[in-house]
Ligand binder design. Structure first.
Ligand SMILES: Cc1ncc(COP(=O)(O)O)c(C=O)c1O
Length: 432
């Protein structure tokens, strides 16, 4: 597509967008009386209007039926999570039995590590990306210590080369090879939260297996954003939060993937609870744990239905639209945003942005991380005051995630105008 930095071009492209009507399905905060341009779907997605209905349904059933709702609610609560299996498996490229929803992300990664990080004297190392999301770093360190190893020795980090922002796949593969027989687990973010780099999950998983390791992924920034084929890639396990691209609400429930090949192995150690027990026999209150043969076998507690309700509203929307349509729009929209940033940068003599996200659409989802060599923090503050919601990451990075569900081409154009005005305003103020 030949892009133009004009409102007319943006409006025409929106008019042709098959997902156009979904913008109307979300609630936008207002700044100066106008809906914001929302770039932080990579942090907390907007609220879909239909979510309220899903939550009210549970509230009403609870009010009208109380305990009877477990079995007799419109959507009975005792197996509420099963409604996710079909639609969510299509979001992450899995079989329905391989996905479940429960707890929150870091908690689930801990639970999955109980099963899949089984270090022993000869093979105890974990490979992860340098500067992984802090919660993952703390999690890995605490797991390693829990097993009696030293994080400085057991955690192998792979970083970008000097002067580069992204980690080369060849370097990851070489590090896996080098760690070899000592490698127990590869656990990385599928999409790096800071740079937006999408890792080559397929080949990294294959290399991890060739080295004899288990391979898991933190998909917080990947679920609902990039194409995933977890089953076919032979990923052992994965978990993700639902409040980013999946728009399920603050701190909400996490999705979990456990590959089918592990389902029949009831000997895999796990921290068990009654919701992971054989569904037919759960209420016989037997003493002997018999796990459900599927990802549901990793469930622990009975379901937080009020927090699953918004997530169910969200997976219904993903089911309607499909990942392929979202990804098609995401690529054009993100590339248009990149074009707008380049235009702004070229028009202003002193402004130097550096996009640290890979330029290749295969290696990015819907996030551009922009290193501001010029104005930095004051420019971020200007954007926020003028209706552009973005986020700031030290030392000088703003992250812009044009989520295809609710961001438009006109938003990108408008953003370029606000950004240009902000840079001019701040440099005039500086020169005063
Ligand atoms: C990559 C990544 N991992 C883990 C987390 C932690 O998620 P939670 O607080 O839901 O455990 C986040 C949160 O933003 C994240 O971005």
């Amino acid at each position: 597509m030949h892009f133009q930095n004009t409102r007319a071009f943006a409006a025409e492209t929106d008019a042709r967008d098959p997902l156009k009507k979904y913008k109307e399905e979300f609630i936008f905060p207002l700044v100066n009386g106008k809906p914001v341009i929302y770039f932080t779907g990579n942090s907390l997605g907007l609220q879909p209007k239909r979510t309220r209905k899903f939550v009210e349904e549970v509230m009403n059933d609870w009010g009208e039926m109380a305990v009877e709702g477990h079995f007799h609610a419109g959507k009975p609560w005792w197996d509420y999570q099963e409604r996710f299996a079909g639609p969510l498996s299509r979001v992450v490229g899995a079989r329905p039995s391989e996905v479940t929803v429960m707890n929150t992300l870091t908690v689930n990664l801990h639970l999955l590590m109980v099963s899949f990080y089984r270090p022993h004297k000869a093979r105890y190392k974990i490979l992860c990306e340098a500067k992984a999301f802090p919660s993952d770093q703390y999690m890995l360190q605490s797991q390693v210590k829990f097993h009696g190893y030293d994080p400085a020795d057991a955690i192998v980090e792979i970083a970008p080369r000097e002067g580069e922002h992204n980690i080369r796949t060849e370097d990851i593969l070489a590090k896996i090879d080098e760690t070899g027989d000592e490698l127990a687990l590869v656990l990385m973010g599928g999409v790096n939260y800071y740079t937006g780099q999408v890792f080559d999950m397929k080949n990294i998983t294959r290399a991890g297996h060739q080295a004899g390791a288990v391979v898991g992924w933190d998909l917080a920034h990947a679920a609902g954003n990039v194409k995933l084929e977890l089953h076919d890639w032979d990923v052992d396990f994965a978990a993700w939060c639902s409040y980013k691209y999946m728009n399920s609400g603050p701190g909400n429930a996490s999705g979990v993937f456990v590959h089918e090949k592990h389902h029949e192995d009831t000997g895999i150690p796990r921290f068990a609870g009654w919701w992971g027990h054989n569904k037919e026999r759960r209420f016989l209150m037997e003493p002997q744990f018999d796990p459900v043969r599927g990802a549901d076998g990793w469930q622990v507690s009975n379901l937080p239905v009020l927090s699953l309700a918004p997530y169910l509203a969200s997976v219904e929307m993903f089911e309607e639209v499909g990942m392929d349509a979202l990804i098609a729009k995401r690529d054009t929209l993100t590339t248009y945003l990149e074009f707008i940033l380049e235009q702004v940068d070229a028009a202003i003599p002193d402004s130097t942005f550096e996009i640290i996200t890979p330029g290749n659409p295969e290696e990015r989802g819907c996030q551009l991380s922009v290193f501001l060599h010029g104005q930095g923090r004051p420019l971020f503050d200007y954007l926020m005051k003028n209706g552009v919601v973005t986020d700031w990451r030290e030392p000088n990075v703003i992250r812009l995630a044009p989520a295809p569900f609710y961001c438009s081409f006109e938003d990108m154009y408008e953003f370029g105008q606000i950004l240009t005005n902000g840079i001019k305003y701040l440099s005039a103020r500086e020169n005063r």
